[in-house]
Design a protein around this ligand. Sequence first.
Ligand code: SF4
Length: 227
Amino acid sequence: SSVAELDAALVDCRACPRLVEWRERVAREKRAAYRDEEYWGRPVPGIGPADASLLVVGLAPAAHGGNRTGRMFTGDRSGDVLFAALHAVGLTNQPTAVHRDDGLTLHGVRITAPVHCAPPDNKPTPAERDTCSGWLRAELALLRPRAVVALGGFGWQALLPVLGSVGWTIPRPRPVFGHGARVELAGPWPLQLFGSYHVSQQNTFTGRLTPAMLEDVLRAAAEAAGA
Ligand code: SF4
């Protein structure tokens, strides 16, 4: 199977009843406000080339961002910050991501999430994270990235057990998430895990995460990945 086949299968997933109900209800209720576009309201697959050596793992699609546009981090404030930083370090052809057909191209990097459906309050439950982890496991196995950036503690916590389940040695005590955290893991192929604060408005509006801080992590991870 290929990454494209994985993405095609993912968009039909209905494994989490609460998230299916929520993503579809938001789409129904908001469709009128976005009459000129198709309001996605389905699982949002990862984006980026199938041979990317760097994987960025967020949290979950935003109700009116990825859940609306059908593309990760596209059409919301978090994405504005992320794509500006990716462009600044040479990983995209443009600094913005507005809608699915805006000409965005990613170079050597793929962006995904441990939970592929928009959750209420941006808070998936641990059970939903575990249910969705099979998709992340499959994506990792197909992509074989050499570096992974966890955007936020949720992505970090989701990644460690997934990596552990496919043959990585997770040090004990478990590596602690933090901005700038960097861990080399032993497993089926050499992989470095990086931590960055999430690009949420809560972090970027308060200056907890600045564009320079994010660019530093992305640059180091891209270098480690050879992206
Ligand atoms: Fe399926 Fe993941 Fe969406 Fe749950 S969150 S319905 S497992 S795609």
